[in-house]
Design a protein around this ligand. Structure first.
Ligand code: ADP
Ligand code: MG
Length: 463
């Protein structure tokens, strides 16, 4: 197939008309939310490829506008048989030619590649402009990783080597690495910074082997000042790549070049990684990024809402999201974006009710973590009453109040209905649960100690 990467002026003009028609057909609000970010990435004889910045957006555009797009395109240009929409990848490697030839375009790398940062094309991957220090919210769970990243980015000499960042998915490892790269590129442009995933490293290595230019590969990697390899766990069990990485690593450390590595677990837990590699990875500073806590989630939500120009979101909604979407920052962002998009589309302000409605499926998925049993146990422990009193008939204040707290928490932290909750509390009626929720909501306002108790319980349950 003849895939051209410089887009013919004629196709550009067609795209201009398709856009204009889209806009008038779907209206300004939807257009601005979903279709304005579409970029024409490439065109071939019978296909146009467009990209959007996020996966969420891609899914939305594909499920809501794909037909319309195809129709409008073929209206403009009868040759266009298919319209593909990809996510613009932050992480695209060197091999645009080969990926395109291999037809490995399905993930969008090949196309977005050509839109990326030219300087980085030789070896590394382009950096996401949003992933800078300014947009990174520091808090207890990530304070060491954040401080270490800043130090590495700011220090004129290598402060520790390597910096190894690890933590679960969606907690900001890639964000911090890009932030370091941006910072160094700005402050010390003479230093050559390369960022890429371990997967890409492997891909390039294999490619070098295939084309018999391993020497060039080695030279290139050994001439960088700062090398960042993301998701190093990927090369566990990939022996020859690991071997090559090991040598690259040692060569760079010997020359006192900075290395920054991320992984999904600590060096010693990297199964499938050779012992000598594991031990090298732990030589410098190892910083663990912990799961987010409530404060950090609130901070992140506030910052994202502000960036999205939506500072009018009620605090209650942000609090609700921070309480309920606890898995990772990526999901938290996704949830906020969905709420914003919805309100944008229907043109109504965001309320707690619409938030719950829009996020129903997501909430349910996050919900499985906290069960009513957990809540009852924790609350009983906290107030020093017997677990059995969660189900008992006793009405003494000393047991009734904790029971109400537990019902309140069950309503807040799970998606169980009032009757379901009632059943879990010794077969009580749903009106009893409703009353408990109302009562505790009121009491929280006037009773600071109770409010603190509840906050503490909630955090323990979500931890
Ligand atoms: P990881 O590489 O650890 O899987 P990412 O760095 O890709 O995670 O982060 C996932 C998303 O969450 C990104 O959009 C990132 O900007 C955002 N994010 C993560 N941590 C923070 C933070 N502390 N402050 C702001 N945004 C964050
Ligand atoms: Mg990552």
């Amino acid at each position: 197939m003849n895939r051209s990467t410089t887009i013919p002026a004629e196709i550009e003009a067609q795209w201009g008309r398709v856009r204009a028609r889209l806009r008038s057909e779907v209206g300004d609000a939807a257009f601005n939310s979903w279709l304005r970010p579409l970029t024409l990435a490439s065109s071939s004889d019978d296909q146009v490829v467009m990209t959007v910045p996020t996966r969420f957006m891609r899914d939305w555009v594909v499920s809501n506008y794909a037909d319309k797009l195809r129709l409008l395109w073929s209206d403009e240009n009868t040759g266009v048989a298919s319209v593909e929409i990809y996510v613009r990848q932050a992480e695209v490697g060197l091999a645009h030619d080969e990926q395109a030839q291999d037809g490995a375009l399905a993930d969008g790398h090949g196309v977005a590649q050509n839109l990326g940062d030219r300087r980085a094309l030789e070896l590394g991957a382009p950096l996401d402009p949003r992933f800078n220090f300014q947009n990174f919210i520091a808090g207890k769970p990530n304070e060491l990783a954040y401080a270490a990243a800043r130090r590495v980015a700011e220090a004129p000499v290598v402060p520790f080597n390597p910096l190894y960042l690890y933590g679960g998915v969606g907690l900001g490892k890639t964000h911090l690495m890009h932030a370091i790269a941006w910072h160094i590129r700005e402050g010390q442009p003479e230093r050559k910074v390369i960022y890429l995933s371990a997967e890409k490293f492997m891909y390039q290595f294999i490619r070098a082997l295939r084309y018999k230019n391993v020497m060039a590969f080695k030279d290139q990697f050994r001439s960088v000042d700062v090398l960042m390899i993301d998701d190093v766990q990927f090369i566990a069990n990939k022996n020859s790549t690991q071997e090559e990485f090991f040598h690259t690593f040692n060569a760079l450390v010997d020359q006192n070049r900075q290395i920054i590595i991320s992984g999904d677990r600590s060096p010693s837990d990297l199964d499938g990684m050779e012992e000598r590699m594991r031990s090298r990875l732990g030589w410098g500073l190892v910083a663990d990024i912990h799961a987010t806590d409530y404060e950090l989630r609130i901070g992140i939500l506030q910052s994202k809402a502000e960036q999205a120009g939506a500072s009018q979101i009620p605090m209650r909604v942000l609090e609700f999201l921070a309480h309920r979407i606890t898995s990772n920052v990526r999901e938290l962002e996704g949830a906020l974006n969905r709420v914003l998009a919805y309100s944008n589309l229907v043109g109504r302000p965001i309320t707690l009710e619409t938030t719950q409605e829009v996020l129903r499926d997501l909430l349910r998925a996050n919900d499985r973590r906290v069960t009513i049993d957990d809540i009852q146990k924790r609350v009983a422990e906290h107030f020093n009453i017997r677990l059995a009193d969660m189900y008992s008939e006793r009405r003494a204040r000393a047991v009734a109040r904790p029971r109400q707290v537990a019902m309140y928490l069950a309503k807040q932290l799970t998606t169980r209905s009032l009757p379901e909750i009632g059943r879990k509390f010794g077969g009580r009626d749903h009106t009893t649960v409703m009353y408990a929720v109302k009562k505790i909501t009121e009491l929280k306002e006037s009773d600071g100690t109770l409010a603190e108790d509840i906050d503490l319980l909630r955090r323990m349950l979500e931890a």
